[in-house]
Structures are given as C-alpha cells and as structure tokens.
Design a protein around this ligand. Structure first.
Ligand SMILES: Cc1cc2nc3c(=O)[nH]c(=O)nc-3n(C[C@H](O)[C@H](O)[C@H](O)COP(=O)(O)OP(=O)(O)OC[C@H]3O[C@@H](n4cnc5c(N)ncnc54)[C@H](O)[C@@H]3O)c2cc1C
Length: 498
C-alpha cells in the first residue's frame, strides 16, 4: 500500500486527491490523505451565493472563470458531472476599458491583449497617443528585423512590448493588462512565462500584428471559442463537486503542517509531518510520497529545514531560492444592486475596466484616484457572464492589488468596501449603496514569475527529483491559472500510480 500525503486543499491539492481517489477505487494500492490548515476546502476558490425573492446572486471571492483556450479545467468539470453548468462569457458585448486621465477609454475591438489585428481600428481611439499609433504601424514594417533579432534569452514583458510597440503602449496597455492578471510589474515579469504565445509569434513571424492577421486569415469564418468559461453556480461548485467524489475520512481540515521530516530507510525514504490540529500538536505519517500544494510562503517554511539536510549532502545550494521571491496580494470587494437600485445608474457596456499602475502613469496623466490605495481593476460581472444576478440587477467586483492591497491589509472589510465604492463612484459616477457586499483578502497569493523563471523551474525540478517522494504543486511554478494547476495536479497524481 503506497501512503501519500497531500498538504493544502485548494484546487491543486483537491484535484490531486480526486485523481488518486479515482485510481484507488479502480483497485490501485493507494492510501492518500489530504491535510488542510483552514476549516474549509477550495483555497482561493470561494463563491458566496445569495438567494433573494428576485433570484440568486453569485459573488466570487477569488477566480470567476478561466481562459477557454486551456481545456484542462473544462475536462475536469465535465468528468465531475458539471457539463450542464458550464457557461461562457458574453463575448458579443465584450469590451474592456482603461482609465486614462480620469476617463474610461475603450480598448479597440479586435485586440489580443496589446496587439491589434486591425490597425484601422486604432485610428479614432483616444487610448493611444500619435506616437503609439506610429509605433504600431512601424511594427509591421520591421517584421523581418524583429524575426532576425528575436532574443534567445528571456526578457521582461516591458522590454518585449517596448521593442515591438514602444513605451507608450507598454505603459497604457501592457502594464494594466498584466497587472490585472498577475498583479505584477511588467518591468520584472518574464515574457516567456506569462506570454509564451507572443514569444512564439515573434520567432515565427517577427511582427505580432502580422502573426495575428495571418492566423485570423487561416481561421477564415470559423467561429472562435468564447474567451472565458465558468460555471453557472460559480467556481465554488467545482470545489463542491470535487469534495463529493472524495471520502470524508481522507480529508482533514484544520490540520496545519509546520514541519517535515524525511527518514531514509533501506534505500527508500519516508516522510513524517508535524501538524497543529486545533491547539494540539501531532505527527502524521509515515508517507512514501508527499505532495506539497500549499501557498508559496508555507512551502518555504516547510521545506527550509528539508533543504538544509538534503542540499548540504548533495552540495547543491538552496533550491528554494529558485522559487519566486515576490508574491502579489489581492483584495476583492464584490457588490450587488437589486434591479430597483441598479436602475438608478448606468455603467459602460463591456466586461470591466483596468487602472494603469501608478508607477507607470506618465506625469501628464495624473491618476484620478490619487492619493491612497488605487483600484487595479473592476469587473462588470453580470455583463461578463450570464447567471450571476437576477434580471435587471447589477454585480461588480473591484480589485486592489500589489502595494494598494498591502496598504489596505489592516483596514476593516467596511473600510475596504468604502474605499472601493468611493473610487467606483469617482470613475463611473454616482451610484446608490449596494444591497450586498463581500470582501475577500488573498495575501501574497500571486507569485511573480520574474525574468528567467522557466530556467529556474527547470533547475528546481532537477533538485526536487533528487529528494525521494517530494512533489510540489501550486501557482508558484508552472502557471497561475486554474487550468494549468488542474493539469499539473493530475500529472503528478498519475505519476504516483502503482
Ligand atoms: C484574486 C484572484 C483572482 C484570480 N482569478 C483567476 C481567474 O479568474 N482564473 C484563473 O484561472 N485563476 C485565477 N486566479 C489564480 C488561481 O485562483 C490560483 O492560482 C489558484 O486558485 C491557486 O490554487 P492552489 O490550490 O494552488 O493554492 P490555494 O488556493 O492558495 O490553496 C492552498 C491551500 O493550502 C492551505 N495551506 C497553507 N498552508 C498550509 C499548511 N501549512 N498546512 C496545510 N495546508 C496549508 C491553504 O489554507 C489553502 O487552502 C486568481 C487568483 C486570485 C488571488
């Protein structure tokens, strides 16, 4: 019987448990247990459903969906019996706005992140300066040069974007788009980690605009898939469906691992885990395999002593220094207005808006939100997905990230909600107080993939392979999005098959 411990019950740990359980039920000699520090499963996935006489509100505290082009979470949802719950973003009204000079300006249609397919669509857009428009036009002309000079090594998103489209586009569009997803700084983020598709386009075509145009021509009139996928009852329903497939006696809540021991024995090795369970301490084990699927900070704490023992023996130095050193925090305030309140104000059509990071704002574009913590983004939830609010009602999610989220970390939920509402009113105009509010905090939840991240991950892999029975899962390594995490979790669980 192979004994396996999983630490952490977010989407990574739960998916690994699900895959192991499938194999156990099929007769494999696997004995797995999952230990979660908190009193709930799901980690960053958390949905609040509010039932009212008019219908249901679905307020997401973490992710609200996933990018459709990565199939792995959809496959998992279908396997879990959620096929009829799958829904898609309302792409027919898709539009994203950017705050420039205190005004919301629409990102022109047909853009894939900061790359346009139709240069004509940029003409009337106040989002771009004349020099930005000229830089876009020039990118097509220097296609051969870009292809020839494509760097062999990784670089920052800012450097990549500036080589193609100049500094204006990097500041006004790439910076808010990337910090909206990764909460990070474009001057540090690794382009090969966070935009591998654009790096491949540069290698194959030179110009990214030409690459997108050629791909669109090849696709012809075939319909593109909707950009985002989600679930009718929210991401929490994926967690519920996973839990429903797992024996409760194998799921241990309020078990916080605080130290690990590895004992080498007769050519094999075994892990023992010290845990706090409520106020008590207790050791669990031995386990032949250990899947650490906690947040990065917990991984560092747990593995530092293991590293000292193993790495001194192997003279390999600190492998944990290869993991991202910075992680961005997020605070989310979700607001719901029933139809009679929602009818008192209007918002622009589309999925939401982004606010360029203050450090990237040019002096000529003072931020409307200064001083104090500034919103990073806002999602117009009921315009992005169906089934999020009763008919005529409105749901919005406001995000604080990075330094702003850190600055608000000691504020009460009421203060966070008040700060978010004040900024929404400054940007969108007067609106009544919402009927329902949730505030969620995810400190240091988005590890930053800085330049050279992929090389460091390859090194980390080779170190970890030398420590018998150790497996690392989570958003610090090979993707922050849920589909990547689900794929990795299944891959590792499959590798433990007996
Ligand atoms: C605000 C926000 C919005 C996002 N939006 C999207 C989106 O729209 N689409 C998308 O695909 N991705 C999105 N992401 C990214 C995605 O949600 C995360 O990368 C993912 O949920 C991380 O899952 P995980 O299981 O690896 O880690 P977590 O969810 O962090 O789970 C780790 C678990 O480990 C537990 N733990 C910690 N320490 C210990 C310990 N010592 N012992 C035992 N257990 C421990 C924690 O309590 C937690 O439950 C978003 C992230 C954030 C923060």
């Amino acid at each position: 019987m192979k004994r396996i411990a999983i630490l952490g019950g977010g989407i990574s740990g739960l998916t690994a448990a699900y895959e192991l359980e499938k194999r156990r039920r099929a007769g494999e000699a696997l004995d797995w247990h999952l230990y979660e520090a908190s009193n709930r499963l799901g980690g960053i996935l958390e949905t609040t459903r509010i039932s009212t006489p008019e219908g249901e509100y679905v307020l997401e505290g973490g992710p609200d969906g996933w990018v459709s082009e990565k199939p792995w979470l959809r496959e998992l949802a279908i396997e879990l019996g959620l096929e009829n719950d799958i829904l898609y973003s309302k792409d027919e009204t898709r539009k994203t706005w950017v705050l420039v000079n205190g005004q919301l300006q629409a990102i022109p249609d047909g853009m894939r992140m900061m790359v346009p397919t139709d240069l004509g669509a940029l003409e009337g857009s106040p989002l771009f300066s004349e020099s930005a428009k000229q830089a876009y036009a020039r990118e097509v002309l220097i296609s051969e040069e870009l292809k020839r000079d494509a760097p062999d090594a990784d670089e920052s998103v800012a450097s990549f974007c500036t080589r193609h489209f100049g500094e204006d586009v990097t500041r006004t569009l790439a910076a808010p788009l990337l910090s909206g997803v990764f909460g990070g700084d474009v001057a540090k983020l690794s382009v090969r980690s966070v935009m591998p598709q654009f790096v491949a386009m540069e290698r194959d075509y030179g110009s990214l605009i030409v690459a997108l145009q050629e791909k669109a021509a090849l696709r012809g009139h075939r319909k593109t898939q909707p950009i985002f996928t989600s679930l009718k009852r929210g991401m929490g329903s994926l967690v519920d469906a996973l839990i429903a497939k797992l024996p409760p006696e194998r799921l241990h809540l309020q078990h916080r691992a605080y130290s690990l021991f590895r004992v080498d024995d007769r050519g094999g090795s075994e892990w023992t885990i010290d845990m706090t369970v409520g106020k008590k301490r207790r050791a669990e084990g031995p386990f032949a395999e250990l899947i650490v699927a906690t947040s990065l900070d917990a991984v560092r704490e747990l593995l530092a002593p293991v590293e000292a023992v193993d790495m001194t023996g192997l003279s390999l130095g600190g492998f944990l220094s290869l993991t991202p050193s910075e992680a961005s925090s997020a605070i989310l305030a979700a607001f719901a207005w029933p139809a009679e309140l929602a009818s008192q104000f209007t918002i622009p059509k589309g999925f939401g808006f982004l606010v360029p990071p203050a450090s990237n704002a040019s002096p000529s574009e003072p931020l409307a939100l200064d001083p104090g913590p500034s919103l990073l983004a806002c999602t117009f939830v009921d315009q992005k997905f169906p089934f999020r609010a009763p008919s005529g009602a409105r749901v919005m999610r406001a995000f604080f990230g990075g330094a702003s989220a850190d600055a608000l970390s000691r504020s009460s939920d009421e203060q966070v909600a008040a700060a978010a509402l004040q900024q929404l009113r400054a940007i969108l105009g007067p609106m009544p107080d919402p009927a329902h509010t949730t505030v969620r905090r995810w400190p240091r939840s988005l590890p930053q993939y800085e330049v050279g991240h992929l090389d460091r991950m390859a090194q980390l892999d080779s170190f970890v392979r030398r420590i018998p029975g150790l497996h690392l899962l989570g958003n610090a390594y090979r993707g922050v999005g849920m589909p990547d995490l689900a794929r990795e979790a299944r891959r590792i669980a499959e590798s433990l098959s007996v």
